[in-house]
Write a protein that binds this ligand. Structure first.
Ligand SMILES: Cc1cc2nc3c(=O)[nH]c(=O)nc-3n(C[C@H](O)[C@H](O)[C@H](O)COP(=O)(O)O)c2cc1C
Length: 180
């Protein structure tokens, strides 16, 4: 079955490793026949959630920025892949802000189901992304139709573009997309 897949890449730097892996996942998903939309948070204006909760009644955010458009993409998706660099053993602040700003969706019926994570980190250990996974699982738990579908832990990549020479990670990312 063809699915609508939204990929949200949250690294803001050029030559982003997590974005390189996310693009491989995109290629795999396209090859599998899915409809893929790739969004980078570079040059997007996404303010912090101010916690006013007016979105719980109006289903709209009082803040005027790029999130209005992005939240529509989340609503349209069947599957979401988030990509983040590991910062201090957590997800990037920009991804956390994106997740917080999805609060207008909290009282609604949503269709996105499988949610994946792609990470990149200097650290090679398999548990380097554990806190980021845990944080994302907290968000997923708040959307009952949704489930955590898997994480690619991209370890041992630090300098920009270093993921390009990591055949193992590129293959895993491609397979993630292909097997959705
Ligand atoms: C502010 C900051 C914090 C970081 N913290 C960690 C860390 O806790 N563990 C780690 O292994 N790498 C850490 N790194 C390295 C990045 O995770 C690594 O360079 C990654 O490949 C960056 O992904 P990107 O190219 O997609 O931005 C940190 C980098 C920055 C800039």
């Amino acid at each position: 079955m063809t699915k609508k897949i939204l990929i949200v890449s949250s690294s803001l730097r050029g030559g982003s490793n997590s974005e390189i892996l996310a693009r491989e996942a995109s290629r795999g998903a396209s090859d599998a026949g899915h409809m893929v939309e790739f969004v980078s948070l570079k040059e997007k204006e996404i303010k912090f959630c101010i916690g006013c909760l007016s979105c719980q009644k109006t289903h709209k955010c009082v803040l005027k920025d790029d999130m209005a458009d992005l939240i529509g993409k989340v609503q349209n998706a069947d599957v979401i892949i988030f990509a983040t660099p590991i910062y201090y053993y957590e997800m990037s602040g920009q991804l956390k802000t994106f997740l917080d700003r999805c609060n207008p969706l909290y009282p609604l019926e949503n269709k996105f189901k499988d949610v994946y994570l792609i990470t990149s980190a200097y650290d090679r250990s398999e548990n380097a992304a554990d806190r980021a996974i845990n944080g994302l699982k907290g968000w997923i738990e708040c959307f009952e139709q949704s489930r955590f579908a898997g994480c690619l832990v991209g370890g041992g990549v630090d300098a920009p573009k270093s993921a390009l020479s990591r055949e193992d990670l590129l293959k895993k990312a491609y397979e993630m997309g292909k097997n959705i």
